[in-house]
Design a protein around this ligand. Structure first.
Ligand SMILES: CC(C)(COP(=O)(O)OP(=O)(O)OC[C@H]1O[C@@H](n2cnc3c(N)ncnc32)[C@H](O)[C@@H]1OP(=O)(O)O)[C@@H](O)C(=O)NCCC(=O)NCCS
Length: 167
């Protein structure tokens, strides 16, 4: 079945917040569930809908996944699409929705944001599912920021810098 993917609107704030809290509990995101505040979500939703992109994947009328990002504001970096985050609700992970959502974002960048040449993101080294997703879309690891992430289990972990050239 074709995933139900559409652009976000500001009215999606509650659905996105609920989904991000559930996704944060499953690990992988840079924020813990208690750090997924309405202010945080409203901030990225406003920014993405005004200057970038935010896409949703829906199931039975509810938000089960979201991806967003925006071009960097400085003119020298305006061709770089960054601040990228993707999350799929834990009950819907591993079913191809993340891949479909990210592929839809790249299609929108290529068709609508013609000045973008580069998409970049960060990913913790142990997030194997996310790494498989990004590699499958053509991203390459460009750098490793050692011990950048502290896990509350009591260890530090590397953060990988990844990039995709789109034109
Ligand atoms: C990471 C995430 C967005 C991936 O979305 P998803 O819908 O679960 O993933 P998909 O089903 O689309 O699979 C993506 C790829 O991962 C692979 N994969 C799936 N489960 C996997 C696993 N347990 N280990 C390794 N690879 C896995 C799939 O084969 C697929 O590869 P392909 O694109 O080459 O076919 C999603 O799991 C998620 O939201 N995780 C929590 C938040 C998070 O980690 N966000 C990313 C922060 S950098």
């Amino acid at each position: 079945m074709t995933p139900d993917i559409r652009r976000s609107t500001l009215n999606d704030l509650d659905g996105i917040t609920t989904m991000y809290r559930a996704a944060a509990a499953s690990g992988g995101l840079a924020r813990k569930p208690e750090e997924i505040t309405a202010t945080y979500v409203a901030g990225f939703l406003n920014q993405a809908t005004q200057t970038g992109l935010s896409l949703l994947v829906m199931a039975d009328g509810r938000v089960v996944g979201e991806i967003h990002g925006w071009p960097m504001p400085q003119s020298q970096f305006a061709h770089v699409f960054g601040d990228l985050t993707i999350a799929i609700h834990p009950q819907f992970q591993g079913q191809g929705l993340g891949r479909a959502l990210f592929a839809a974002l790249i299609t929108e960048i290529e068709s609508g944001l013609k000045h973008i040449r580069r998409v970049e993101l960060g990913c913790r080294a142990s997030n194997l599912r996310a790494l498989a997703l990004y590699h499958g879309l053509g991203f390459v690891v460009e750098g490793r920021l050692k011990n950048r992430i502290y896990d509350e289990a009591g260890f530090y972990e590397d953060d990988l810098v990844m990039g995709l050239l789109v034109r």
